[in-house]
Design a protein around this ligand. Structure first.
Ligand SMILES: [Zn+2]
Length: 89
């Protein structure tokens, strides 16, 4: 069975279990294990934009955020972020 994954619009982590936003616009409430952004909470409730969160996260040294999920082998935040930002342009 193929498991589809989704890309985090903040950090480019490409193994989110759910789409950050449903088609109707609601957040998934999933917390990105890489950057710690929670879709539907960090944005809707706390009023943070993806860009603001990303800048902050980069400033903190792009650390793996989740305590419950182990950092995937070969996770390269710089490369993921680079390809995410390239796609945005
Ligand atoms: Zn993320």
């Amino acid at each position: 069975m193929k498991v589809s994954t989704h890309t985090c619009p903040v950090c480019g982590f490409d193994q989110l279990k759910e789409a950050p936003r449903s088609k109707s616009g609601g957040g998934s409430f999933e917390i990105c294990p890489a950057c710690g952004f929670q879709f539907g909470v960090s944005d809707d409730d706390d009023g943070l934009t993806y860009d603001e969160w990303r800048e902050d996260w980069v400033e903190r040294g792009m650390e793996w955020s989740s305590l419950g999920i182990k950092t995937p082998r070969g996770w390269k935040p710089e490369a993921l972020l680079k390809s995410l930002l390239k796609k945005k342009k």
